[in-house]
Design a protein around this ligand. Sequence first.
Ligand code: GLN
Length: 548
Amino acid sequence: MKYIFVTGGVVSSLGKGLTSGALGMILERMGLRVSMQKLDPYINVDPGTMSPYQHGEVYVTDDGSEADLDLGHYERFTHARISGDSNYTTGKIYNEVIRKERRGDYLGRTVQVIPHITDEIKRAIRRGASSDVDVALCEIGGTVGDIESLPFLEAIRQFSLDVGRKNCLFVHLTLLPFLRASGELKTKPSQQSVGKLREIGIVPDILICRTEQPMTSEMRDKLSMFCNVERRSVIEERDVDFSIYEVPVNLVREGIDELLVEFLGLKPGTQADFETWYGLLETVRNPDFEVEIGLVGKYIQLDDAYKSHYEALAHAGIAHRTRVRVRKIGADTLEVASDELRGVDGVLVPGGFGERGFEGKIRAVQWAREGRVPYLGVCYGMQAAVVDYARHVAGLPNATTTEFGADVSEPVISLMEEQKRIKDLGGTMRLGAFACRLDPDSRSARAYGASEISERHRHRYEYNNAYRERLEGAGLRSVGINPDLDLVEVVELDDHPFFVGVQYHPEFKSRPLEPHPLFRDFIGAALERRQRRGTPDDRRDASRGDLT
Ligand code: GLN
């Protein structure tokens, strides 16, 4: 087993997750099997209790862990098996050590960062590296030089001693800032961050340099000499023009595949097969069509907050050779839906929590439902669809969710019995993969091409079965049911071009070359609508009339 450790220097948000995912993809396309793992130095046990403003989207794994969104990059770029062992934080490590200490496992010894915390980190790395893979990739979150990263860096240094230095590859991702005033890239911050790594005893084998400008030959010489990295191992990772999907091929163009071949002892000349990927890049660069989707959410200022949704939309677009533009609409300020959504080809309401913005989401659903605009509601977006239907079609004007207080007269969305006893917020939602049985005569079953599916959940509230008959009688079909708990997971309208609400999170399972079937058909319906209405130019000509 070989290990690749990815660290980051100079600043955060360098795209370490994406670069790690890209490395995983390159290895898989060389015919190897990989595992992927992220170690996060923050103290929260997991990001589940963090605001999207702090941490972006909370990713959910099949086994029900709430995890860092970089795991989403890993799943989208590789076939690595992702689970709770794929993400460890300082909090999770300390939790384990403290539990053992209370149990008396340390037999009277003083419990210390070295060796007890570092040993626990090493155990976590071993757990993350599944035994059936050739290469285990492990990304260390945070920035080298941070106090909280130290135990993780110490642990990977020790780890390389334990398994043999030649079995470990240290990749350091760094930034070359461009100074406009002098018109040059600067290497000093990179030198310093590599210096910090070397203080701990880690000498990087590969330096990947994020830069907005091309590196000069002298620059490579300088980085090589000052950072003690072979010249050919100084890799440029230039900002991409079109899409993040260019990152893996750009790294290969820079020769990283040869370095990996050497490290892994593969047959010289082994190449990564990017044929299918080039096809995808071509579509991304030159799509035939375009649609615009209105995404109505609370955290639209922050791209990371709905990361997997934006990705799933892009993947679905690729399947239709279509560029998907997203009009981001603030749910909490949405008053008149027809103003803010006018002209969009589809409406997506993603997941969310709390009262703020919920009424805006309901207005968006109502507008899409009445205007026959394709609608996809995910989790809270499904719950909003149920509330809209109850209020405006099924004759329950006071319908709402009990999320805002238990004392409501028409709780069409309510808390499950098991949830009522729960006090802690962390890790206590309905989490992870659950089975769902689809009515074969439904749009969803046709999209999936199956009637038994499994999808990931992250929510506390549910469609209230006490209202099922009433809502179904009024026309809101419950076409997806959890067979064990008899919970409604999918609702649909028949007399509509595309109206689907799902209690689960399909966005987590979409891949660039394997779009999620519901997103794919949602974009398909949006494209049909766009084509029926003509091109944007035709529309402008006709814009005197109301086309929405
Ligand atoms: N707030 C809702 C619930 O807890 C929806 C959650 C979500 O959209 N992820 O049920």
